[in-house]
Design a protein around this ligand. Structure first.
Ligand code: GRG
Length: 316
């Protein structure tokens, strides 16, 4: 599998500009905020900023604001991670102790707020009301998705549709918006903006399903089995609950909220629940590809294709 840096090499110089802008705009008058920001800003895959850049460039954007929008999207993403790690009491993130474990919950939430408001400040600097409109709706939806997930903790009857709605809100919406904003910046026609949004939404859904599998199977830079420990039903468990016999269901129910991921992995493997989740992620990637094929043929569209494959096959 090609690594993400080589896939993104056609936009390497823009990614470097985004990184420089991120470092610059993370600074605050309060040292603690700058320190925490520097601590968490490294090691992310930078997938969402790459989506902004590729969307804008694939619509022939000529300007500099795509760099700022890419940084804004990464700031919003980082704010959600900070808040998420507090809500979930997570001990690790990006292969390091999580910010709440190092700085405490209060500082982490408030630094997330700083990033969130800095992101909107930067959008205002661009002065395009449509970008502000799209992003403010998105942050509302992300927060709703997270609340919905929280109230469903431990709900063993969660349906697949309910689960997908949560994934659409908490994860796919930001992917959708990253792609749409590139089109908005480039002044692309409505139909193209819709295709970009459709592409991003389906890529985001696939991304979340891959994340659900990796939580049980790989090193994501977070503690393995975190979803189970939190009592969070993700698609592999929803599938296993629906297809297991009463003994399986009882074992899964009693493992929710525990560290017993080995037992859960064995049940999910026997019932084909990881395979089902992977197949569903592939289906979303195929749907995303259909939208991609409606964009003009450019190097950036090729990079998008490679990125799709990477995100499906990723191990972190
Ligand atoms: C601040 C708007 C706002 C809302 C707060 C807590 C919360 C509401 C939302 C959490 C949403 C969330 C964390 C969804 C999970 C998305 C996900 C799979 C993140 C992992 O993304 P990667 O793998 O992370 O791209 P890196 O570390 O590579 O950047």
């Amino acid at each position: 599998m090609a690594d993400i840096l080589s896939i993104l090499s056609p936009i390497q110089s823009d990614i470097e500009r985004v990184d420089a802008l991120i470092a610059d705009r993370l600074e605050s008058n309060l040292e603690v905020i700058s320190d925490l920001n520097r601590y968490i800003s490294k090691e992310g895959k930078r997938v969402r900023p790459a989506l902004v850049l590729l969307s804008a460039l694939s619509c022939s954007y000529r300007g500099d604001d795509h760099i700022k929008v890419a940084a804004v999207v990464e700031f919003i993403h980082t704010a959600t991670l900070l808040h998420d790690d507090v809500v979930d009491d997570a001990s690790e993130r990006r292969s390091k102790p999580s910010a709440p474990k190092v700085w405490g919950n209060g500082i982490s939430v408030l630094t997330g707020d700083f990033l969130y408001s800095r992101a909107f400040e930067m959008l205002c600097e661009i002065g395009n009301l449509e970008l502000i409109d799209v992003m403010s709706t998105t942050t509302n939806i992300i927060a709703e998705g997270e609340v919905q997930q929280l109230i469903n903790i431990g709900k063993t009857q969660l349906s697949e549709d309910e689960y997908i709605t949560i994934a659409e809100r908490k994860t796919a919406k930001l992917f959708e918006t990253a792609c749409r904003m590139g089109g908005v910046l480039a002044g692309a026609e409505d139909a193209i903006q819709q295709e970009l949004a459709h592409f991003g939404r389906h890529l985001g859904l696939a991304f979340q399903l891959v994340d659900d599998i990796l939580d049980y199977t790989d090193n994501t830079g977070k503690q393995k089995g975190q979803d189970l420990r939190e009592g969070k039903l993700t698609l592999p468990i929803v599938h296993a609950m629906q297809h297991g016999d009463p003994t399986d269901r009882q074992a899964l129910e009693s493992a929710l909220g525990s560290d017993r991921s080995t037992e859960v992995i064995a049940i999910c493997e026997r019932l084909g629940s990881f395979q089902y989740t992977h197949d569903k992620a592939c289906a979303y990637i195929n749907t995303a590809t259909q939208s991609l094929d409606k964009l003009s043929q450019t190097t950036y569209r090729e990079t998008f294709h490679e990125l799709l494959q990477f995100l499906l096959e990723r191990k972190y």
